[in-house]
Design a protein around this ligand. Structure first.
Ligand code: CA
Length: 161
């Protein structure tokens, strides 16, 4: 399987190393940036499949990085932060709240890859959606919605559901 190229943007070295180790272990290709301006540079020169973005960066606000990237690309951006709403408003696709587990990180990447695959092929045939009143589960994308709002479930919560 052709694994995705993931750009990791995180100034906190232990967290960055944890993410990189996780990606390596699971055969993902990765790039790393420790501040906003190099993140924008890496994103524009390598066109990664997914960006994992910490919002609290030393030079630029992560939100500014999202806005910059969005001026030329719709590449999926998963924010790693407690301040998630702001990031979604700026155009991020998803978020992980710190502290996060490695399993949650991998689950979010997989969901994003699946969404991407669906968007790219335009193939909606295999989409399987379960609806029950106000609850809607999209099995293909691994997303759950309640009253039209996406719920952020951990992989265990999702399985239980
Ligand atoms: Ca940080």
């Amino acid at each position: 399987m052709n694994k995705a190229l993931i750009l990791v943007v995180e100034d906190d070295r232990p967290i960055r190393n944890l993410i990189i180790t996780t990606l390596k272990t699971h055969d993902y290709k990765y790039l790393a940036a420790e501040n906003g301006s190099s993140a924008i540079l890496e994103a524009s020169s390598h066109n990664p499949d997914i960006v994992l973005l910490d919002l609290g960066l030393p030079d630029l606000e992560g939100v500014e990085v999202i806005k910059k990237i969005r001026t030329w690309s719709n590449m999926p951006i998963i924010v790693i932060s407690a301040r998630s709403e702001e990031a979604l408003d700026a155009g991020a696709d998803d978020y992980i709240t710190k502290p996060f587990s490695v399993e949650e990180l991998l689950a979010r990447i997989r969901v994003t890859q699946r969404r991407l695959a669906i968007t790219q092929t335009g193939d909606q045939l295999e989409t399987s959606i379960f609806e029950n009143g106000e609850l809607k589960i999209d099995y293909t994308a691994g997303c759950t919605y309640l009253k039209g709002e996406e719920l952020h479930l951990t992989p265990i919560e999702y399985k239980l559901l």
